[in-house]
Design a protein around this ligand. Structure first.
Ligand SMILES: N[C@@H](CCC(=O)N[C@@H](CS)C(=O)NCC(=O)O)C(=O)O
Length: 214
């Protein structure tokens, strides 16, 4: 049995944050497929009573711990291993600031936008898509500006803030209808720097469930 089990699925950028970190730190881990699209497992009473009362993937199991919320998992893994850990108290608060901004605004808007644009059948209402895209464009521009004069979100070294922020950003442009990297040069260079870290893998290669059943 692997040391860590991550309940996840390939299309979930929320899960990717944690899958990527587990891979980058060389953890002994295995993904457990959450059948989100066909069975809607995350909405079942069993999932909610045994894995996550919030009804969401990812869920990380480590020994007696069952954790939900990717930001909690990133923090847990960083504190346990010392890897991608912000270096002091100020840096920890700064990481938390970006993780909250990411969850609420950046990927918090980009994820439902992409879901309605590329995965929902039928595609979402254009008015809602326009609203969500505008909600994502603002934070993308903020992140791009922030990365203009630093290689990673907190400075010289990659931390859990970066691993949170990349959540949906490696998925292909066709899934958004616009090219995030082409429109944001600093984000593009930062994504390349993270991609160069040993152990990096694309979400579709790291987690089960791709391609989706027709
Ligand atoms: N803030 C949460 C977000 C988790 C989340 O929204 N997960 C989605 C899948 S990517 C989910 O399970 N949604 C439940 C549903 O739509 O039924 C985290 O970072 O873990």
């Amino acid at each position: 049995m692997a040391e860590y089990e991550l309940h996840c699925f390939a299309q979930s950028g929320n899960s990717y944050r944690v899958a990527l970190m587990l891979n980058l730190i060389g953890a002994d881990w295995k993904p457990v497929f959450v059948d989100f699209f066909v069975k809607g497992v995350q909405r079942t009473p069993e999932f909610r009573s045994t894995l996550n009362e919030m009804g969401e993937a990812p869920v990380l199991i480590h020994g007696s711990k069952t954790l939900s919320q990717s930001g909690v998992m990133l923090t847990y893994l960083a504190e346990r291993t010392g890897k991608f850990l912000p270096r002091d108290d100020d840096a920890r608060l700064e990481a938390l600031r970006w993780i909250l901004f990411d969850n609420q605004k950046l990927n918090g808007s980009l994820a439902p936008y992409r879901f309605l644009y590329a995965l929902a059948k039928p595609r979402g209402d254009p008015v809602i898509l326009k609203f969500l895209k505008a909600r994502a464009d603002g934070p993308l521009a903020i992140l791009d500006k922030h990365l203009a004069d630093r290689p990673f979100a907190l400075g010289a070294e990659p931390t859990i803030a970066d691993l949170s922020l990349v959540a949906y950003l490696y998925y292909p442009p066709e899934e958004f209808g616009f090219d995030i990297a082409a429109e944001h040069k600093n984000i593009a260079a930062w994504l390349d720097r993270i991609k160069a870290l040993p152990g990096w893998a694309h979400p579709y290669d790291l987690m089960p469930g791709y391609p989706m059943p027709a």
